[in-house]
Design a protein around this ligand. Structure first.
Ligand code: HEC
Length: 424
């Protein structure tokens, strides 16, 4: 019986849970916290871009990014309810949902492109193995029950190898698999980028990669949330997705601007720090039924799960459908930029950031009172009006002397408002 030990995992987690007091703080509706479990891999870059730019805060979200060192640790945290969402893949989702819908995919996070493979099959340096048919004579090192084995099999199949003949060998630690391949102890292995590129630069031989699977989108990672979070806090999930899409679009527009953040937050081999070309991130895309069905069929065929979770249960496209591309880019400013504009436009000549009065009111607590100052105006509308038409409402005790900023470009205005909304 090769069924994946999800139930065993559950028991372990429950046992650990039993040791701590059975008290859970009451949850308040208005302060949803989204805790996201993140592996130190390239796929998670948009999370960190959004965090650095202050987008989560600007969207009124309380998001905590929780680094995890392995998929196993991530999955344990999810089962224990200690994270609410994560970056994972279709295989992981199919395993989670084999008996009930524990999680739902809400968007695609990354996929293989023709110029940017995610996974590659490599032969050891100086092994003289160059063709898929030759590689198929050796054990392919993979990790069991994982996307790596699934993709390795699909890549070899696509390269014309009869998968019934393939032999696999489990080497779950990716760094160890890399090392053993480079030493020649392993003849053939499947590795993710950018590690695969580092292997090639070190002499490993490229046999085939998942750029061959671009059409089918078999090779992809996804964003998913626990089902209760989706049911109880759909607005938070929607806001989160808008922010994620904006961050992904910004990376696509200028990938090198985020190279340092990528190096800081994920594990990148020294040899490719400068040379690896950051891949595009898909925006407003979601898993289709073809890729899903192929994944669950594989899980069943491999004996990893008994039941194939359905596409309708596991993939939830409603959030993406409700956030129009471009929505956020138009409406949501960048508060970090806004702070720079606040300084550049000499707002501070009249406004202190404390509650001390100057020529204009001190701005401490502005984010809180802005929505309550003029009836019928939201905080954002009030702040916009304060800059475009300061005379429309004059704060009590002050003269109507504020500069009119009606010439300010819309983008800058949005950035400034996003910044003002952080002044709590
Ligand atoms: C010449 C002085 C002056 C400058 C420069 C100035 N303001 Fe003001 N601002 C005022 C005064 C005076 C008021 C209060 C009277 C009013 O409501 O118009 C005010 C009000 C405001 C309010 C409403 C505050 C509240 O407590 O409700 C906001 C928001 C604001 N300013 C933002 C800005 C920003 C952002 C800038 C820079 C882009 C800026 N101001 C530049 C003088 C100034």
């Amino acid at each position: 019986m090769r069924k994946f030990h999800l139930s065993l995992l559950l028991i372990m987690v429950l046992l650990v849970g039993a040791l701590v007091p059975a008290y859970a703080a009451p949850q308040t509706q208005d302060a949803v916290k989204l805790r996201m479990g993140l592996l130190p891999i390239l796929d998670v870059l948009p999370f960190y871009v959004a965090e650095q730019a202050g987008y989560f805060e600007a969207a009124g979200l309380d998001v905590e990014l929780i680094p995890v060192s392995s998929a196993l640790e991530r999955d344990q945290l999810l089962i224990a309810g200690e994270i609410d969402g994560m970056l994972n893949d279709l295989i992981s989702t199919g395993i989670f949902n084999q008996d009930e819908t524990l999680i739902q995919i809400v968007a695609m996070a990354r996929k293989a492109y023709a110029d940017s493979p995610q996974f590659r099959i490599l032969a050891a340096p100086r092994s003289n193995i160059t063709l898929p048919s030759e590689a198929a004579q050796h054990e392919i090192a993979i990790s069991e029950n994982s996307v790596i084995k699934y993709i390795a099999q699909r890549i070899m199949e696509d390269a014309g190898v009869n998968t019934a003949d393939l032999q696999f060998r489990a080497e779950p630690s990716i760094p160890v698999r890399f090392q053993l391949l480079m030493e020649g102890t392993l003849k053939v292995a499947c590795l993710p980028d950018p590690l695969a590129q580092a292997a090639i630069e070190g002499g490993a031989i490229l046999i085939a990669d998942d750029s061959a699977l671009v059409e089918t989108e078999f090779s992809q990672s996804v964003l998913s949330f626990r089902t209760p979070i989706i049911e109880d806090h759909p607005e938070a999930v929607a806001a989160f997705l808008s922010v994620w899409m904006q961050a992904a679009a910004e990376i696509n527009a200028d990938p090198d601007a985020y190279r340092d953040l990528w190096l800081e937050k994920t594990i990148v081999p020294d040899s490719v720090k400068d040379s690896y070309v950051l891949p595009p991130f898909p925006t407003y895309e979601i898993t289709d039924s073809v890729a899903w069905e192929d994944t669950v069929e594989w899980l069943v065929a491999e004996g990893i799960v008994d039941n194939a979770a359905t596409y309708a249960d596991s993939v939830n496209p409603t959030f993406l459908a409700n956030i129009a591309p471009g929505d956020m880019t138009m409406n949501m400013g960048n508060p970090v930029n806004g702070e720079a504009l606040f300084v550049a436009n000499a707002c501070s000549a009249c406004h202190a950031l404390t509650d001390e009065a100057g020529a204009g009111p001190g701005l401490a607590g502005l984010a809180v009172r802005a929505g309550e100052t003029v009836e019928g105006l939201s905080a954002e509308e009030y702040l916009r009006q304060s800059m475009l038409e300061p005379g429309a409402y004059v704060v009590e005790g002050y003269a109507n002397i504020m500069t009119v900023y009606s010439m300010m470009p819309e983008n800058d205005l949005n950035d400034l408002i996003a910044y003002l909304l952080t002044l709590e």
